[in-house]
Design a protein around this ligand. Structure first.
Ligand code: NAP
Length: 254
């Protein structure tokens, strides 16, 4: 932690569990006050309690990132209760997997809505505080699926879209001291990958073991692996890193 990190305010979306919860806890440990945002405010309780028990500052914020009114209210509430948010981690995500010929309009719209529209709405609302402060950090959660993944035409399109979105944010916001980067995780053990295993009718332990055998470091990732990378991108020292996509996948991907 550097002294200038102290009292900066971060918003982490989808922070009730998984990668978002680990990131919120890590950013709080780095010295940020954190708005723990998720669909259901009460689901954020555990993350907030872990932060406050460790001496940090956090609030639970219920909002659907795909809803413009919710987003405006969430960013306003964060600014009023914690201070102007200058760090934003667009992490909220869903999967609605299916092969193209079976994918419904609803499954396409839902996934594009949460990942792409959600990141757009949150970034547009939060950048006002960042440009005013002449300092800011935006980190978007992409995925190795951006490179293509069977059964995920909606999700891979959204995650590839977030990479282009990130690069444009970096160009537009750079002059205001704001960086934008994407982290693209490979296989991370969370409820999301557990749900994939369940859908494929494979026991989660077996599913992880099979995945680990394909990964050069021979293990699956943890939410803390991603939180650590985000912590770096958000730090003062990373001010010259912008518009990048960092694959955090235990090996190279093409
Ligand atoms: P997760 O365990 O499913 O958690 C996602 C969180 O986002 C949930 O708490 C969920 O709330 C919340 N959320 C969903 N829709 C939302 C909305 N409209 N507004 C606000 N919050 C919403 O997922 P994860 O595995 O931690 O993944 C986090 C991010 O990393 C996602 O963007 C995911 O696509 C990406 N990622 C994950 C992996 C992986 O292997 N796990 C790999 C690559 C990328 P509910 O519980 O109420 O639905």
């Amino acid at each position: 932690m550097t002294s200038s990190d102290l009292n900066r305010v971060a918003i982490v979306t989808g922070a009730a569990r998984g990668i978002g919860a680990a990131t919120a806890i890590r950013l709080a440990a780095d010295g940020h006050a954190v708005a723990v945002l998720d669909l259901d405010e009460s689901a954020c309780k555990d993350t907030v309690e872990q932060i406050t028990a460790a001496g940090g500052r956090a609030i639970a914020v219920g909002a659907d990132v795909a809803d413009a009114e919710h987003v405006a209210a969430a960013v306003e509430r964060t600014a009023a209760e914690l201070g102007p948010p200058v760090v934003l981690v667009n992490n909220a995500g869903i999967i609605r997997d299916n092969l193209l010929f079976k994918m419904t309009d609803g499954d396409w719209d839902a996934v594009i809505g949460v990942h792409l529209r959600g990141a757009f709405l949150m970034s547009r609302a939060a950048q006002a505080h960042m440009t005013q402060a002449r300092w800011g950090r935006i980190v978007n959660l992409s995925s190795s699926s951006a490179l293509g993944n069977r059964g995920q035409v909606n999700y891979s399109a959204a995650k590839a879209g977030l990479q282009g979105f990130t690069k444009t944010l970096a160009i537009e916001l750079g002059p205001f001291g704001v960086t934008a980067n994407a982290v693209a995780p490979g296989f991370i053990a969370t409820d999301m990958t557990a749900a994939t295993a369940a859908r494929m009718k494979i026991d989660f332990e077996t599913f992880q073991k099979g995945a680990a055998e394909q990964i050069p470091v021979r293990r699956v990732g943890t939410p803390d692996d991603i939180a650590h990378t985000i912590s770096f991108l958000v730090s003062d020292g990373a001010g010259f890193v912008s518009g990048q996509v960092i694959y955090v996948a235990g090996g190279p991907l093409n």
